[in-house]
Design a protein around this ligand. Structure first.
Ligand SMILES: Cc1cc2nc3c(=O)[nH]c(=O)nc-3n(C[C@H](O)[C@H](O)[C@H](O)COP(=O)(O)O)c2cc1C
Length: 319
């Protein structure tokens, strides 16, 4: 998620679930091809399995960027056909590509030829005045014919004029049924549903109709929910029993990053929702906010913040 997630966040999330697939924020082909690749694409080995999301609409550039991502060790490359920001529309990629299913298929085809890792697409159900029944079907059938390995559908339209990107994540109504119907019509294609899924109980309910569930804001804002993912969705033990154990496991990574010049706050900013609803959570947040930004702040700041909260075992799935 652009401006929110980064590699530090993914390390944190990986300590709560071994099985969930993590995605990078969208990176444009231009940035990857011409920018500082190590900074943009580098990630810690513990993050696997991790997918690289690309923004672009030039098949050749997408193929090049996908190849670079594969060489960096990503397990999957995903094409963004859902981002509604103006910046993205100017570049003719993101959600506006819902109007160009043939071009999206061409992009997927070029990426598939370039790499051996799975190529997937994340889309909306339509844009503006499109009939979503037609638009989603056309996009899905095009990318399947081009060899896409899975389709992630954010189950609402993007309205490209008049709404901000933030509004475009809340205002157009969710339509989960259209995603379920798509899966029923295309049983061999892995379909992953996204949008407004607030907890693992809801995720489980969707899994009766589709192959996978993607959590965006719930995972970021209330990351503790991820501790339930492996037991509830994969039938395996959680990597750690409580959030306090997660943070203890995070310390060596933080120390190694601090030694390389990363500032504590760049990592701890992702911890804001870690103890959501737990007594002491506010004191934890305040301690990190006040002390984590000081120059030279070290792991003691985190340890002191953690000491302010009660710990508890993973919450029930629908909590
Ligand atoms: C701050 C922010 C940045 C986002 N950036 C991306 C992005 O880079 N790529 C993408 O596919 N979706 C992005 N999204 C959309 C989410 O992935 C997701 O589709 C959307 O928030 C709906 O799912 P949710 O209700 O689970 O959050 C972003 C969302 C937010 C809140």
């Amino acid at each position: 998620m652009m401006d929110w997630t980064d590699r530090h966040c993914r390390v944190f999330h990986r300590l709560m679930t071994r099985r969930a697939r993590l995605y990078t924020e969208m990176l444009t082909t231009g940035a990857i091809i011409h920018g500082d690749r190590r900074r943009l694409l580098g990630f810690d080995a513990c993050e696997h399995p991790v997918a690289l999301q690309l923004g672009g609409s030039d098949p050749r550039d997408l193929a090049t960027a996908a190849k670079i991502g594969e060489a960096f060790g990503y397990e999957e490359v995903n094409l963004n056909v859902g981002c509604p920001s103006d910046r993205v529309q100017d570049g003719r990629f993101g959600a506006c590509l819902m109007a160009e299913p043939a071009l999206v298929a061409e992009c997927v085809h070029a990426m598939k030829r370039a790499v051996d890792i799975p190529v997937t697409v994340k889309c909306r159900i339509g844009i503006d005045d499109q009939d979503p029944e037609i638009a989603l079907d056309a996009l899905a059938r095009g990318v399947i014919a081009a060899g896409a390995d899975a389709l992630i559908v954010h189950a609402r339209k993007a309205w490209l004029s008049g709404l901000s990107p933030k509004q475009n994540r809340d205002v157009p109504p969710l339509d989960y049924d259209i995603v379920y119907r798509l899966k029923a019509a295309l049983p061999d294609m892995p379909i992953i549903i996204n949008g407004g899924i607030g907890n693992l109980g809801e995720a489980k309910a969707h899994l009766r109709f589709v192959d996978g569930v993607m959590l965006g804001r719930a995972a970021y804002q209330e990351p503790w929910r991820l501790l339930g993912a492996d037991p509830e969705l994969f039938g395996e033990a959680a990597p750690h029993p409580t959030m306090k154990h997660v943070f203890e496991a995070m310390v060596p990574y933080i120390e190694s990053e601090l030694a390389q010049g990363t500032r504590l706050h760049s990592i701890t900013r992702h911890f804001v929702g870690a103890f959501h609803g737990v007594p002491g959570a506010r004191a934890f947040r305040r301690h990190l906010a006040e002390n984590g930004v000081r120059s030279g702040a070290g792991v003691d700041v985190l340890r002191d913040a953690i000491a302010l909260v009660e710990d508890r075992v993973v919450a029930p799935i629908a909590a």
